[in-house]
Every structure is written in C-alpha cells, then in structure tokens.
Design a binder for this molecule. Structure first.
Ligand code: AMP
Ligand code: MG
Length: 370
C-alpha cells in the first residue's frame, strides 16, 4: 500500500514534498493533486519510470502523457520551435489548466510521448504540484491517477481505490478545485485545435490568439472509421463508471420527463438506478446525485467524477444522466466528459419520451442492449 501524506494545499510540509521528490528521482510513482484532478507522476525523462505509469494504469501504450513543469525554462527544455501562439498562451494561462501540444525536444524519451514527435506540456496551478516538480528538479509526466477508462480522481481516496496497492506515495491535499482535466490544444498545425476541452474555455483561448478549431472528438462525438485521431486518447473510452451510463440530451424540460420516465421503467424491471440530476430536481430513483445549479457549471464540473464514483459505490446498475448542452465556458468540457463516459450511449429526450409511450420494451432493449 502506498504511503499517504496529508499536506496543506497552500503551504505543503517541505519534508513531505522532499520525500515525494526523492521517490520521483528514484524512478518511483507519486500521486499528487493539481487544480484539475489528481495526477500519477513519474520522472518524465526516465523511460522505465514512465513505463511503470502505463502498466499500473492499464493505459494503452500509444496514449502519450502530459509533461508537467514548474518554470518557463522547463518549456524550452522539453519543446522546440515554439511560435508566438505557444508563448502567448503559456504567458496568459500558466500556471493553469491548459496543455500545449508542441514539437518535442530530443531530451524527452519516446516512452513519455508514445513515440510521437510532439509533446503535451503544462504548468499546473497547485502549490503541491509546483513544489513537487521543483524539488524533483525535473519535469514530471503525469496522466490522471485512475485506472485507465475510469472517472478521474478528484479526491485522494479515489486514487487509493484505483491504485493504492501499486504506487509508492500519495500526496493528499483534499478535493481538487476544477474537477475536470486541462484543456489540450494542438499548436503544431496551421490552425490551432482544441483536442480536449477542459479548465480553460475556448472563449478565453480565442480572446488570446484568435479563432481555433474544436476537434469533433472534443464535443464527445465518437470518431468514425476513416477519421484519424489527432490525440491518441480520442480513440479510447474514458471517464466511465462501472455502471452503464445513459446520457439524455435535449431541451431541459423534455430531458427531465424522459429521465424520470426511463428511471421508472428500469426500476419497474428490477434494475438499480442512479440519476445524475441538476438544480436539485427531484427524481424517483435508487440513488440520486445532483450537480447543483445549472447556472454554476464550475460547481457541476467539480462534482461530476465524484458523483459517478459515488453511484458506483452505491452499486447501481444503470446511471441515467441529464445531458449538458450549454457549451459556454467549462460547459463544453462537461458535455464532452458526460458523452465520453457513456461510451456513446447518448439518447435524444424526445425520442425517449415517444418510445416510453409507444414501446417501453423497445426502449428497455435499446438501453440495456439486449
Ligand atoms: P490524461 O493523461 O488522462 O490527462 O490525458 C492526456 C491527454 O492528452 C490524452 O487525451 C492524450 O492523448 C493527450 N496527449 C498527450 N500527448 C499528446 C500529444 N503529443 N499529441 C496529442 N495529444 C496528446
Ligand atoms: Mg485520464
């Protein structure tokens, strides 16, 4: 079992940081908080440490890691040919939840970037993360500290559940602030493209560097046959609870009727149902978790992964979730995470309501895949 050090978020105990840094330098694995989610850190320049990250997470070897740095000089040591956009974004949003995909330097081992000629780099805005990177004296490669495919950890207990037996040390600084991962933007193409929406919004990025593309996968749509994934992570199911997750999208009032109807139908067939609600709307279900007011998407983002994990802990078979359609700000990330967590099980509320009236067993079969 990993040692767990409880540390203060603003002023972590230097002794705890220095032990954790020593683990990193020796090639070990340390889970640590960032402002987005908990990361699983390894020396980014040590291929065997990085390979161990892939092993314990069960991460596909072609899905590269984000390199976390604590100073602007570090950017120049892991990246090359940085243009004005990279510099502008780094100056404007670092430390913070924005990851830049740039051309990598020869210093970065193949294992860290899965053999690509680019690297994803970010400077996190969390004192524990920054102090750890500084003390280790090298960049730290860190994916989210969960088993591959599961919801990302926003609490140290989530890390313990998924990886406690397989890693060396966990720095616990309480819940993370943002609750969803960083925005990933590719700056190696003519027109910058958001590969994954996250803690920095499209609007904020466009205010800094002008128009950017949003890759279709960033909307949470599944990639179809011929389309090349620009970020290897796009190919894989992500953020998924153990329970089957169904996302219901449409106009909010219709969504609510459809979610309530579907929950009733499933419970009447003996299925244990969890509902992911908002605005405190009162559903009848075995378990209900509420993301809070729709006018506060930041709070909803903070609660999302924890709520999914809690419903798994409660042993539900199916989670029916109200979709998130508002793309403003962090809304785009919420929509993306929910859609991806469902593995594409996104239903139109209107279709669902019609089906519940005309053919409940058809709906049941569609939802339960039988
Ligand atoms: P995670 O490690 O869970 O935070 O996910 C990191 C995300 O960044 C994944 O979707 C990766 O595929 C993506 N990523 C990392 N490195 C690169 C890169 N060089 N080019 C494109 N995407 C990358
Ligand atoms: Mg992840």
């Amino acid at each position: 079992m990993a040692r767990v050090y409880r540390v203060d978020k603003e002023a972590p105990d230097p002794a705890a940081i220095s032990r954790a840094a020593e683990v990193i330098r020796m090639g070990g694995l340390v889970a640590f908080p960032t402002e987005t989610v908990y990361g699983l850190g390894a020396d980014a320049l040590n291929p065997s440490a990085v390979e161990r990250v892939f092993r314990v997470k069960g991460r596909p070897p072609d899905n590269p890691l984000i390199i976390h740095i604590a100073s602007f000089e570090d950017l120049y040591s892991v990246a090359e040919e940085l243009d004005w956009r990279a510099e502008k974004l780094a100056k404007r949003f670092w430390p913070g939840p924005l990851t830049l995909v740039v051309k990598r330097s020869a210093r970065v081992p193949d294992a860290t970037v899965a053999g690509l000629d680019t690297a994803a780099v970010r400077m996190p805005r969390h004192n524990v993360a920054l102090r750890l990177i500084e003390a280790a004296g090298r960049p730290i490669a860190a994916p989210s500290a969960n088993k591959s495919g599961k919801p990302s950890p926003t609490l140290a207990t989530h890390v313990i559940q998924d990886l406690g037996d397989e890693i060396d040390l966990i720095l616990d600084a309480g819940p993370t602030d943002i609750g969803v991962e960083s925005t990933v933007i590719d700056l190696t193409s003519e027109k910058p493209a958001i590969l994954r929406p996250g803690g920095v919004s499209r609007e904020e990025i466009e205010a800094a560097i002008g128009e950017v593309e949003v890759h279709p996968s960033a909307l949470g749509l599944l990639l179809h046959g011929g389309e090349a994934p620009r970020s290897p992570g796009m190919k894989y199911r992500h953020y998924a609870p153990t329970a089957r997750l169904i996302v219901v999208e449409g106009e909010l009032e219709v969504v609510r009727s459809a979610v309530a109807g579907l929950a009733d139908l499933l419970m009447s067939r003996g299925i244990r149902v969890g509902v992911l609600s908002s605005d405190g709307y009162r559903y009848r279900a075995n378990v209900v978790r509420d993301l809070g007011s729709r006018s506060n998407p930041l709070e909803a983002a903070r609660q999302l992964f924890k709520s999914l994990r809690e419903m798994d802990d409660e042993g539900v078979d199916v989670i029916v979730a109200e979709g998130w359609q508002e793309e403003k700000g962090i809304g785009l990330a919420l929509k993306n995470r929910l859609r991806k967590a469902s593995g594409g099980a996104v239903l139109s509320a209107e279709w669902l309501l019609r089906g519940l009236k005309t053919s409940p067993s058809g709906v049941y079969m569609e939802v339960m895949g039988t």
